[in-house]
Design a protein around this ligand. Sequence first.
Ligand code: SF4
Length: 260
Amino acid sequence: MTDGRALARAYLEQQRLLGGDAVILPEGPGGGRRESGEVRPAPATPPPPTRLPVSDLPRSGISYDPPGGDLFSADPLHQAASLDAVATLVSTCTKCRLCEGRRHTVPGEGPRDARLVVVGEGPGRVEDETGRPFVGPAGELLTKILAAIELRREQVFICNVVKCRPPENRVPQYDEIAACVPYLFRQIDVLKPQVILAMGGTAAQTLLNTKQSLGALRNQIHRFRGVPVIVTYHPAALLRNPNWKKPTWDDVRIARRLIA
Ligand code: SF4
């Protein structure tokens, strides 16, 4: 699509000019996001510092050792060359306490050639019962969000940071995320998507290795191993607070424009 290519060129040029990782999309005149949410190319002379290097973000402490980086590693995850291979490893995983109460693991689903990866927090009750991510009311809302940017759910890889349901749908604990996140990282390495949409604070903080709030991380294009990351609200949060639908719409439109 023409807009996507134009934005991609602008994005790459902006990256070249700024030489950095994450790039803030400034509001208002002079570049970045317009009132309409449309993204405009960076001006020829870059404005004063708009760069926010990922390395400047406060670290969460999650290990960022790249899975698969060592071909001679004894870790089977390093050898998992497909999404199915990762899912098979997840299905028998007992690396954290979340294995104790699960009915099904929920590794994620979607096509191998997905251009967009959606990352949420963790499975809920229905997901645990079915083994599928983002089902139930939040999943239905995600399907509508994707349809609004002309993507069918079947075109997108949808997954979570942790692959087993936390009790009572609580937020995954630090050690649980640390144990599980190599599966997510491996999935992203296998998929090599064009964009990652991090939905909710847990997904955003995990992918970006930061403790910053979701609000502070929105309105920027971050990168995870070179892949642009857009941060927005989780559909479950939108069900509780409809006022966040408009900013979410702005976020997903940016993500859509980064897809060729
Ligand atoms: Fe393994 Fe992740 Fe499930 Fe924990 S949540 S048991 S690390 S698959």
